[in-house]
Design a protein around this ligand. Structure first.
Ligand code: DI6
Ligand code: FE
Length: 407
């Protein structure tokens, strides 16, 4: 009677179980092995020991490194159209905030998204999702927030879920209705917040289409008290919250996220030390988004050293969106997090594995340990530090995913 479904042998493992480093198991002289049963990791040990054991399928990976499959914990991957014309305007000197205040920016994507059918949104988003999957991503968060009315927010969330249904990716959806004030509520942000709390959020929760609720707290978006209303409504519906916080100014976003025990506070360029302390006390994850920092030509860096000093887990993500981060490469983001924010290669890998899982409230993945989901990325690199080093050359050999094993 075979003990395990699958035995991967002759591997080196970056387990990512520790807050520092790679949690390496195995070495070129003493290779390791991982056994999998029912889509979960059942055993980790040495290849020498593993040969004594039995499994339905035994595969030698020839000394390759494996890591937890990657997690992109912050994307706006579903949207209509693109913003290349706005990019051109910005290259000619206009600022992101000027464009937003003159009705462009997020609102131009809202118009394009409202005009798009579900199939059109799906067909545009699928290649972006596939690009991430080709780099080892297995879990993908996708936010709404370009619909801003009931029909289009529901459509976006259903398209996001469909990406999960029709690919090997596990998709988590986040309602980001409080992204900007839609034209129907122009000059009446409070009215829109009441609509979110009274109608939109309950309808989305009722349809079971959101795993979390996000908001954009910023001078060009919503104030702290407005976000607090949305968060209270989310809490009433037992939905966890996250926040786009302190990206362009210090609006006390980190403190607000902490107050509501948010899973994560994202961006954080302008977060103060007090904000970092609040995140630490709330056990929230700091999600850093170097793609937006790069695209907007920001100069204010997130408080990386303070996050380290206070022990706040740091995740990194693509923020894939048409306005501020038209980037569908987690490998590029790892390189940018290293080069722009000074993260170490191990911090970059932890940021797209262990800490990204925590930012989504998922404790069944992001590390390779007994009992965890068998979501495994197999690499052609000679060391996992290469993942934040290379840029533009594929490093993934393959992914082995629990979803496919259980299908
Ligand atoms: N995430 C967001 O939601 C905003 N910036 C960011 O990094 C706006 C995205 C957009 O301009 O469409
Ligand atoms: Fe974002």
């Amino acid at each position: 009677m075979p003990k395990w479904d699958l035995l991967l042998t002759d591997v080196q493992i970056a387990t990512m179980v520790d807050a520092d480093g790679y949690g390496a198991v195995g070495s070129p002289d003493a290779l390791a092995a991982v056994a999998i049963s029912a889509g979960q990791i059942a055993w980790i040990g040495t290849a020498a020991m593993a040969r004594e054991e039995s499994a339905d399928v035994v595969r030698s990976l020839g000394g390759r490194w494996i890591t937890p499959a990657l997690i992109d914990c912050h994307t706006h991957l579903v949207f209509g159209g693109n913003r290349a014309a706005e990019f051109e305007q910005r290259q000619q000197g206009a600022s992101y905030e000027e464009i937003a205040r003159s009705g462009g920016g997020i609102l131009s994507t809202v118009r394009a998204t409202r005009d798009a059918t579900a199939d059109e949104l799906f067909d545009a988003a699928l290649p972006r999702a596939n690009a991430l999957a080709r780099e080892g991503v297995a879990t993908l968060e996708i936010k709404s927030g370009y619909g801003l009315n009931l029909a289009t927010e529901l459509r976006m969330l259903k398209v996001a879920r469909r990406i999960g249904d029709e690919t090997a990716l596990d998709v988590r959806t986040t309602l980001l209705a409080a992204h900007t004030v839609p034209p129907e509520y122009s000059g009446n942000a409070d009215g829109y917040i009441d609509f979110i709390c009274g109608e939109l959020l309950p309808a989305v929760a009722d349809a079971g289409l959101a795993d979390a609720v996000d908001a954009y707290c910023e001078g060009i978006a919503f104030t702290g008290p407005q976000v607090a209303k949305v968060f209270n409504a989310a809490k009433d519906l037992k939905l966890p919250v996250k926040l786009h916080a302190d990206q362009l100014s210090d609006c006390g976003g980190a403190e607000l996220a902490a107050q509501f025990k948010a899973l994560s506070a994202d961006h954080l360029e302008y977060t103060s030390v007090a904000g970092v302390q609040a995140l630490a006390d709330a056990d929230a994850v700091a999600v850093l988004l170097p793609g937006a920092f790069l695209t907007l030509g920001e100069t204010q860096h997130p408080p990386v050293q303070a996050l380290r000093d206070f022990g706040v887990p740091i995740a990194i993500a693509t923020d894939c969106n048409p306005g501020t981060s038209p980037i569908c490469s987690i490998q590029t983001i790892m390189m940018l997090a290293a080069r722009l924010f000074g993260l170490t290669p191990a911090e970059c890998l932890g940021g797209v594995t262990r800490n990204a899982a925590k930012a989504l409230g998922l404790n069944d993945r992001g590390t390779l340990a007994v009992g965890q989901r068998a979501d495994i990325a197999v690499w052609n690199t000679s060391h996992p530090r290469e993942l934040a080093y290379w840029h533009g050359t594929p490093q993934l050999a393959e992914t082995l995913l629990a979803k496919a094993m259980l299908a």
